[in-house]
Design a protein around this ligand. Structure first.
Ligand code: ADP
Ligand code: MG
Length: 238
């Protein structure tokens, strides 16, 4: 299960409050997109959920558990970064297996999950290659594969497609949406790209300077933007 609840979560770096106290519920199985201009706090919010940053106040719950002070590895979430962070000297198979090896999963279970992820991501023919022998899109798939095998309660994506060219981006967008349908797992996806937000999200969270300006479905935001900022960002006439 992957229900994530933020209760008055805030974050300051020194004297600068980047995220003022914020409430948000992400339902199990939802595809939620955080969108907003550069520097508005999208990555910080995602990193707070992941446990890569400590909150300055408030509570984070994952399902019924208070996860506020849990280390990242104990939260049951998987983060996919924009820089692929693959091990260049390891094969695709070994890259995907790495988190399972760390967790001490039995070999046959590792094999089963690698086969499943490879199939879901069209990587079956590439398992013995090194990352250097792959295209940008394939490398991004390997990074997603490494997240899938952990069978996380939720996937956290931070601008995963920003290093890809425009044509590839469209294809990967569809692939991630398909994956979400197939796995029915919660996905939290950060982007500054309105088109990605509008085409992929069940629910969009529009951020400005760490504040939530509006939360709603793509259609709701398009038809009823709460203010000019949201309207401008979503591209609807207000
Ligand atoms: P976004 O992902 O929306 O571009 P970020 O979450 O990366 O925005 O950053 C939000 C704000 O927090 C920015 O003003 C950024 O400079 C600041 N910030 C992010 N991380 C740190 C940090 N480790 N120390 C100090 N300031 C930070
Ligand atoms: Mg960012």
């Amino acid at each position: 299960m992957g229900r994530i609840t933020l209760d008055k979560v805030r974050k300051a770096f020194g004297d600068i409050e980047v995220i003022p106290p914020l409430d948000l519920t992400i339902e199990d199985g939802e595809f939620v997109v955080f969108v907003g201009p550069s520097g508005c706090g999208k990555s910080t919010l995602l990193r707070l959920i992941a446990g890569l940053e400590d909150v300055s106040g408030g509570q984070i719950r994952i399902d019924r558990e208070d996860a506020t002070n849990l280390p990242p590895a104990k939260r049951g979430l998987a983060m996919v970064f924009q820089s692929y962070a693959l091990y260049p000297h390891m094969s695709v198979r070994k890259n995907i297996a790495f988190p399972m090896k760390m967790a001490g999963l039995p070999q046959d279970e590792q094999e089963r999950r690698i086969e499943g992820a490879a199939k879901a991501l069209n990587l079956t023919d590439y398992l013995d290659r090194k990352p250097g022998q792959l295209s940008g899109g394939q490398r991004q798939r390997v990074a997603i594969g490494r997240a899938i095998v952990r069978e996380p309660a939720a996937f956290l994506f931070d601008e995963p497609l920003s290093n890809l060219d425009a044509a590839l981006r469209v294809g990967m967008r569809l692939e991630i949406s398909e994956l979400h349908k197939r796995l029915a797992t919660t996905m939290v996806y950060v982007t500054h790209d309105q088109v990605e937000a509008m085409t992929m999200a069940d629910k969009i969270v529009v951020l400005r300077a760490g504040n939530i300006e509006q939360v709603g479905s793509p259609l709701e935001l398009y038809n009823r933007p709460r203010n000019v900022f949201v309207a401008g960002f979503i591209g609807s006439p207000k």
